[in-house]
Design a protein around this ligand. Structure first.
Ligand SMILES: C[S@@+](CC[C@H](N)C(=O)[O-])C[C@H]1O[C@@H](n2cnc3c(N)ncnc32)[C@H](O)[C@@H]1O
Length: 754
């Protein structure tokens, strides 16, 4: 990209930088003419699209090599490595080649099933047997392995069926003898246990029954464009919106750990794309939905010799034909990408996502000229930084060339189509949502990769860390505006977006979520900067326009007068607060904005409503504080807090380090305002540290203090408090403290945690 950018002549660069949405077709056309004569550019497009040069193509020889390696690891009882080798081999194996008279992919599935059996991952292993049988119905070894796994799962009736089929298919006499002896044992167990068929639901999520969804109203707001409002009074925790994505792309760092379609964690029996070697899926269902082929194309007669009862015949068909819902394909979003280098791996996410949006719209027969109208989303093209405009143009041209090669559609290669793609990418920048998931428990590396936790090793505090797993366009979801004090919260189940109210919302009130920053978390200046940088708008939410106590105390210092609860601010905060466009009329006006806070930190406000604030002076008693020495004290304190954090990671917490951190907390308390965010952070760190050294009562005390401060910053019913209550109750539970139940209920009652 840098090379291409550097080759563009200055006059053309200037044209791009100065372009507006109206002049885009002309600018794009000039740039297209420039690149269409350049061999380097065409070379790049060929590298991206030519199946012969493809990085992501299948490779039989490499798959066979990995299979051999897997077999060796299996013999050496190194099952973890065998699993890795077979999974990698499955990624590379072409679907239609044989190895020693057996379909290679089917053979790999059976080998992996044997490993999974050894690792006691029976459901996973049985799924691999099913996959092998869907490719090769008369594969004796697959039926045999399936039977053994069904027996271990207690499904004796199925196990007997499986082994009977295996016996009919097995050609060698010794093999038949072995199956017969296994059959005798299993039949005996079956008769003794009278066990009935155990049905396991796989990959199905029962979502809660919800009352009918509320029909939201979209209105034009005075300063935020369109926005959603409540059509009636809405109670807290109500589901106000649910939606499937229009298009979605997995985050780059999750490509080896999460399903490329549904974004759930990959299981040990992950499935690969049938056409290329890059994407991984949690199930065949996801693989097919993303655009892969079914492993078996036509149902063929199983070819099993001898008498087969009607029941057994039906049984074979059910297993080998798979689940019909697997063919329920919405839109094959990956199909156009597995022709060459696999674009999502090399393009920035927003470009790959634009490709998916475009292809989906083409499939819906929307002419490219109507893209912008069709999505009907706002965009930020005029605000895009001049530096990134050229890159955006070049990516748009490359994307259009690639799509032309791979999807063989009749996309016009001209300035107007490229201009549409530039706008589409600008729409994606403003409207795409980041999909989060709770970080999975097995973050501790390979030891835990099969989910076998030793509970004593798990941290006592619950992990509420979130991971960005993907980026998606939700068409209706994009109409929700941002507020730094949101009244709705977003969460995701797989790819689906859900939005719930986090508080009571009265009829006609805007329903607004947070695009990232929230009051209590960041100060106003940082929130404004983030929203400007990421979304190109100046936040007009109430918290950014009006003085609020949370913004004042978040980074405030302690007043020097003994017993004065007043606030002292530094010049950065003062400057930002002075720029707030609307002012409250009195200190009690602030308390109506934040009724959970006692307004005894400010003196009476003058009649013009502006806050009389100067850096270093207490807002209640006007005492002067030397902020330079306060900053120095905070920096000093932070050194020992950082040391404590380092030792927590290395697991070597000494009493000296803990004592130094406790002294630093005292120093911070005497320097910073009692509700300063940093104090709550340190309380939280100490809670975790005391947990790690087994001093649970001290951990509880620090956790409670942290919660008290956060309640001042966010209000008592914010989800952040819910997370803290989860932490607190998990420590209390491990102490056998009944207070845990009260805290869990508080979280649930206040609709804090989903
Ligand atoms: C995802 S869209 C929301 C829907 C948008 N208002 C529309 O008409 O399509 C995001 C855009 O809405 C506007 N917006 C959302 N929240 C805002 C806020 N708090 N202050 C100002 N503008 C806002 C900005 O123009 C932003 O780029």
């Amino acid at each position: 990209m840098e090379k291409l950018k550097s080759l563009v002549p200055d006059s053309l660069k200037r044209m791009v930088v100065e372009s507006t949405p109206d002049s885009l077709p002309l600018t794009c056309s000039s740039l297209l003419n420039f690149f269409s004569d350049m061999e380097l550019f065409h070379q790049m497009v060929r590298d991206l699209t030519d199946p012969e040069r493809a990085l992501c193509g299948k490779n039989k020889d490499a798959a066979l090599e990995l299979k051999q390696k897997g077999n060796q690891c299996f013999l050496n009882e190194d099952y973890g490595s065998a699993l890795t080798c077979y999974s990698e081999a499955l990624r590379l194996a072409p679907v239609d080649v044989d190895d020693m008279d057996k379909n290679l992919v089917a053979a790999l599935y059976v080998n992996r099933a044997s490993v999974l059996h050894k690792l006691d991952l029976l459901m996973e292993g049985r799924r691999d047997c099913n996959r092998a049988l869907q490719i090769s119905q008369s594969y004796a070894k697959a039926w045999y392995r399936r039977g053994k796994m069904n027996a271990s799962l207690g499904n004796f009736e199925d196990a007997v069926h499986d082994l009977n089929i295996a016996k009919k298919l097995e050609l060698s006499f010794s093999g038949q003898r072995q199956i017969e002896s296994e059959l005798r044992i299993i039949t005996d167990m079956f008769e003794r246990t009278e066990s009935s068929l155990v049905q396991h639901k796989e990959n199905e999520l029962d979502l809660l029954d919800e009352p009918d969804q509320i029909k939201l109203k979209c209105v034009i707001t005075p300063n935020k464009g369109r926005g959603m409002v409540a059509p009636s009074d809405i109670p807290p925790a109500s589901l106000v919106h649910a939606e499937e994505p229009y298009a979605l792309i997995i985050s780059k760092h999750c490509r080896e750990t999460h399903c490329h379609y549904c974004l759930n964690d990959l299981p040990p029996d992950k499935v690969s794309c049938t056409s290329c070697s890059i994407p991984l899926y949690c199930s065949q269902r996801c693989q097919i939905r993303a655009g892969g082929q079914m492993l078996r194309n036509h149902p063929v007669k199983h070819g099993i010799q001898g008498n087969i009862s009607h029941n057994l015949d039906t049984y074979i068909s059910e297993i080998t034909l798979g689940n019909d819902s697997e063919s329920d394909v919405d839109f094959p979003e990956h199909k156009h990408e597995c022709q060459g280098v696999h674009w999502p791996a090399v393009f920035p996410s927003e470009i790959a996502l634009a490709g998916r949006v475009l292809i989906k719209s083409l499939a819906a027969r929307s002419p490219v000229a109507n893209f912008v109208d069709m999505l009907n989303l706002s965009h930020n093209y005029p605000q895009i930084h001049p530096e990134s405009k050229l890159e955006l143009h070049i990516y748009s041209i490359i994307l259009l060339y690639c799509l032309q090669h791979s999807s063989r559609t009749e996309l016009l290669l001209n300035g107007a189509s490229i201009a549409q793609i530039v706008i589409l990418i600008s729409q994606i920048r403003v409207n795409s949502m980041t999909i989060f998931r709770m970080k999975s428990a097995d973050v501790n590396g390979p030891l835990h990769q099969f989910g076998k936790f030793s509970h004593s090793e798990v941290s006592l505090t619950s992990n509420v860390e979130q991971v960005k797993v993907g980026q998606a366009i939700y068409r209706v979801g994009s109409l929700f505006n941002h507020s730094c004090q949101p009244n709705i919260g977003v969460y995701f189940v797989s790819r689906s977006l859900f939005i719930r109210t986090t508080e009571f919302v009265a009829v006609g009130c805007p329903l607004e979520l947070s695009y990232g920053p929230q009051v209590g978390q960041w100060d106003c200046k940082d929130r404004l900067k983030f929203l400007k940088d990421e979304y190109s708008f100046r936040c007009e939410c109430r918290a950014c326009a009006e003085v609020n106590l949370s913004d004042l105390i978040l980074n405030a210092f302690h007043c020097v007068s003994p017993n004065c609860p007043g606030i002292v601010l530094d010049s950065c905060v003062v400057n930002c607060e002075k720029q707030k466009t609307r002012h409250v009329q009195s200190a009690t006006g602030i308390s109506t904005l934040e009724p959970y806070m006692q307004v005894d930190m400010l003196k009476c406000l003058p009649s013009n409503g502006s806050l009389p604030i100067d850096p270093g002076y207490c807002l209640k008693c006007d005492s002067y504080c030397d902020l330079e020495s306060s900053f120095a004290a905070v920096n000093r304190a932070w050194i020992s807090i950082t040391r404590l954090k380092d030792t927590m990671v290395s697991g070597e917490i000494s009493s000296t380090v803990l004592t130094a951190a406790l002294n630093s907390l005292c120093l911070l308390r005497s320097t910073l305002h009692a509700y300063n965010k940093r104090i709550s952070e340190v309380e939280d760190i100490l809670a975790e540290a005391f947990c790690l050294v087994g001093e649970l009562q001290l951990a509880v005390d620090h956790c409670k203090t942290s919660i008290e401060i956060l309640e001042k910053l966010y209000g008592p019913n914010h989800i952040v408090i819910g997370y803290e209550l989860v932490k607190l109750s998990s420590i209390q539970l491990s102490m056998g403290d009944r207070g845990a139940v009260k805290n869990i209920n508080r979280g649930k009652l206040s609709k804090l945690v989903q």
